[in-house]
Design a protein around this ligand. Sequence first.
Ligand code: RP5
Length: 179
Amino acid sequence: MAESTGPAPAGDPVGTSPSGPRVGLIMGSDSDWPTMEAAAQALAEFEVPFEVGVVSAHRTPQRMLDYAAGAADRGISVIIAGAGGAAHLPGMVASATPLPVIGVPVPLKYLDGMDSLLSIVQMPAGVPVATVSIGGARNAGLLAVRILATGDRVLLARMQAFQRELEAMVLEKDVALRR
Ligand code: RP5
């Protein structure tokens, strides 16, 4: 498990972590990275330390169970799990950890990601996964920041500043449109 760097090109680290990762960013295959990179980017923007790794529900089931069972003890507070197709990773991880799990449906070549979405979203009662939109990895990162911000005033202030920036951006575009 790479701490705070993804399968991104060497020399392009994101989210440097002096104090240990707070978010676990996992995906079923390295082929998911082009989608999942947006979550890493969001975490890096908020200076949230995170780790990145490939954990496959189908190809490495024991690794998945070990990861899920050990994450809380290692100081992880939120897990973001992305997968495509028969996307069982987020739900299975949620079944083996007490931590909040955010699921990202990764769109593949066929079915436009609907298969991934439906595989992740329809969880049985008792085992929640907070599912974002198809390909919505950036929102997964932002949701993880919000969850952490409930117990971190610095992060809360950063999120509030981010929201003000969003608002200002929309208002600027509105003014430009009316000119
Ligand atoms: C899923 O199978 C992965 O999350 C990925 O989206 C998909 C295809 O994996 P690869 O065949 O590209 O490794 O488990």
